[in-house]
Design a protein around this ligand. Structure first.
Ligand code: FAD
Length: 620
């Protein structure tokens, strides 16, 4: 049957990438269909019920700044919030929330169901309709044909998924869910490079069988942080503790004893696993000198007894899982509610994509999320948003859009993926961004909301709140600039009382805010200013880091200005020290005409372009 309505955008998969993709396209006014295996699993967290963390919260806040759902759902479902790296500089500060799995899912589903222009349909997509080199629609498992101008694929870990527990394995998309086999076979017919990756999850534990009295409680932060620029702490449900315990020598012996039945160590699993989210058997093997590893015991929700033991992801046989869990302090009598497992799945080499996440070989077909070799809800959501935006723009006959590396972590993520590809599940870190100080989680709205508004992603309420915040920052910064504190004056005395610092000369309050021991609360009191904490935070960061921020901005401007520097046809790349042999080989093979062209060669990092630029300036 041919479905009577033709769509602008069809999104396949209702995970984290798919929901953001569908919402973005629909917000832009495109008639959008979200086609997914099961409506009940919309917004499901396959692994840890937590959102954010280092590098990841930056992506969540960028999704939010562009009108996406992830941060708001986190505020509605978050049961423990913390700011990681709170004592370090603002560039690496990161908000992390433990979520109630059910509340998070309910929030996502409600946002989806209330989104105008968006239809949801439950069924497996088995086939893509491709005419010539252009995708035209999708055929479902029961033969329903949906026509569309563009299609976004966000199938997660489901393509050719195989679940492993010990040496037993079976087909599955994730525990309890069917895999996507027909579609995987269809995609393998397309001229795209395909590979296998692997990820894993720990067994879940019944809290009624755990002794928390011997574990260390880990409360959330006070005041409770928020994730969304439109969020507030009143949105949060009840807050609860997480707990900390440790593995020990006995745990490690049990694991070593089970390695002969490990699918990873017996070669049954071929896919490469996430380096930064290793299984416990991997950790024991790689860090053989460590006799203990931390395990965070995290509640899965307010209305369930299930716990997520963060740090013991495993695909060892069930009997080994039970023994290893029971060897950990506080879990001597633990009951496992769900065994841990590993899953292997198909991913497609992201070097076959453009910056817009459209495939290079099939027009109007976009890929986002785990299918591109990434791991994590946040990485998936960010890509989904970008693919949804670009599928929508294409459907509206408009040019594509993507942020560059100096504008957003989303820009870093996409640029890394499509230029470097990946051999292992890719996750985001602040260290991947060369302009970290500019790409902070706290200023994601300043970097992206105006663009989001132009793209049609940002609604009136968000736009009004954003404009009000920017006006407040400008107005109160100006006010601090206009108030002078003199040595010996009443203001000078009060400043000394508050900060323990004597004034030696006249200063504006904005200048005083630059001092290390002075914070916004001090100068706000002196100036009689009352503003929202997020406004004060921006004024303080702008004042304290102005020098560094300006320097990074200059670097970016310089790089942009030099993009048109020419590289002679016979340029000798061997003379540029610091370039790797691989990069030199690529440059020699491509012979780019300008630095900008060099930068677009897959695999050429911004650092390599900088080296070329410095060399050209010195010798050119
Ligand atoms: P998913 O969330 O997997 O969603 C895919 C969606 O597509 C599902 O709704 C599915 O039903 C649907 N779908 C698939 N094929 C079809 C089809 N043919 N037709 C219709 N619908 C379809 N991340 C980490 O960061 N750290 C970890 O430690 C970690 N461990 C993990 C362990 C396991 C066992 C699993 C399964 C995942 C783990 N993840 C981990 C990864 C995390 O779950 C994913 O990164 C994230 O969910 C990816 O989002 P996505 O939207 O790309 O795909």
């Amino acid at each position: 049957m041919r479905y009577p309505k033709s769509y602008d955008v069809i999104v396949i998969g209702g995970g984290h990438a798919g929901t953001e993709a569908a919402l973005a396209a629909a917000r832009m006014g495109c008639q959008t269909l979200l086609l997914t295996h099961n409506v009940e699993t919309l917004g499901q967290m396959s692994c840890n019920p937590a959102i954010g963390g280092i590098g990841k919260s930056h992506l969540v806040k960028e999704i939010d700044a562009l009108g996406g759902a992830m941060a708001l759902a986190t505020d509605l479902g978050g049961i423990q919030f913390r700011v990681l790296n709170g004592s370090k500089g603002p560039a690496v500060r990161a908000t992390r929330a433990q979520a109630d799995r059910a509340l998070y899912k309910a929030a996502i589903r409600s946002i989806l169901e209330n989104q105008p222009n968006l239809d949801i349909f439950q069924q497996a997509a088995d086939d893509l309709i491709v005419e010539g080199e252009t995708v035209k629609g999708v055929v479902t498992q029961t033969g329903i044909r949906f026509d569309a101008k563009t299609v976004v694929l966000t199938t997660g870990t489901f393509l050719g998924g195989v679940i492993h527990i010990g040496l037993e394995n079976h087909k599955g998309g994730r525990a309890g869910d069917q895999p996507s086999i027909a579609l995987a076979n269809r995609l393998r017919e397309l001229p795209l490079r395909v590979g296998r990756l692997k990820t894993g999850t720990p067994p879940r534990i019944d809290a009624k069988s755990v002794d928390f009295s011997v574990m260390m409680p880990q409360p959330g932060d006070t005041p409770i942080p928020v994730m969304s620029f439109m969020g507030n702490a009143a949105m949060h449900p009840e807050q609860v503790n997480c707990w900390i315990t440790h593995t020990n020598e006995q745990t490690h012996d049990i694991i070593r004893g089970g390695l002969d039945r490990s699918p990873m160590y017996t070669g049954v699993i071929e896919g490469v696993g996430p380096r930064y989210c290793p299984s416990i058997e991997d950790k024991i093997h790689r860090f053989a000198d460590k006799n203990s590893h931390q395990v965070f015991i995290e509640p899965e929700g307010l209305k369930t007894h299930e716990l997520y033991p963060n740090g013991i992801s495993t695909s060892l046989p069930f009997d080994v899982q039970l023994s290893l869990v029971r060897s950990i302090r506080g879990m001597e009598n633990a009951h496992i509610t769900r065994p841990g497992y590993a899953i292997e799945y198909d991913f497609f080499d992201p070097r076959d994509l453009k910056h817009t996440l459209e495939t290079r070989v099939i027009h109007n077909l976009y890929f986002a999320g785990q299918i591109n070799g990434t791991t994590g809800y946040e990485e998936a959501g960010a890509q989904g948003l970008l693919a949804g935006i670009n599928a929508g723009l294409r459907a509206q006959d408009k040019d594509g859009w993507y942020p560059t590396r100096d504008v957003a972590y989303l820009g870093v993520l996409v640029d890394d993926l499509i230029t470097l590809g990946t051999k292992e599940p890719y996750r985001m870190f602040t260290s991947r961004a060369e302009y970290r100080l500019l790409l902070r989680e706290d200023n994601a709205d300043q970097r992206l909301t105006e663009t989001g508004r132009k793209l049609g992603l940002v609604d009136d309420a968000r736009w009004a709140a954003y404009c009000e915040k920017q006006e407040a920052i400008a107005r109160e910064s100006q006010r601090l600039k206009s108030v002078l504190a003199h040595p010996g004056s009443a203001l000078g005395h009060r400043f000394a009382e508050l900060t323990g610092q004597e004034l030696s000369k006249e200063n504006t309050l904005l200048e005083l805010l630059k001092r290390p021991q002075v914070n916004f609360a001090h100068v706000a009191e002196l100036a009689g200013i009352e503003v929202a904490p997020e406004v004060g935070e921006q004024i303080e960061i702008n004042a304290k880091y102005a020098g560094y921020i300006d320097r990074q901005q200059e670097e970016i401007d310089k790089l942009r200005a030099h993009e048109e520097m020419t590289l002679p046809e016979d340029f000798d790349y061997d003379r540029v020290s610091g370039l790797s042999n691989e990069v030199k080989a690529k440059l020699k093979a491509t012979r780019p005409a300008t630095l900008a062209q060099a930068g677009r060669i897959p695999g050429l990092t911004p650092a390599a372009v900088s080296l070329l630029m410095i060399y050209l300036k010195k010798h050119g």
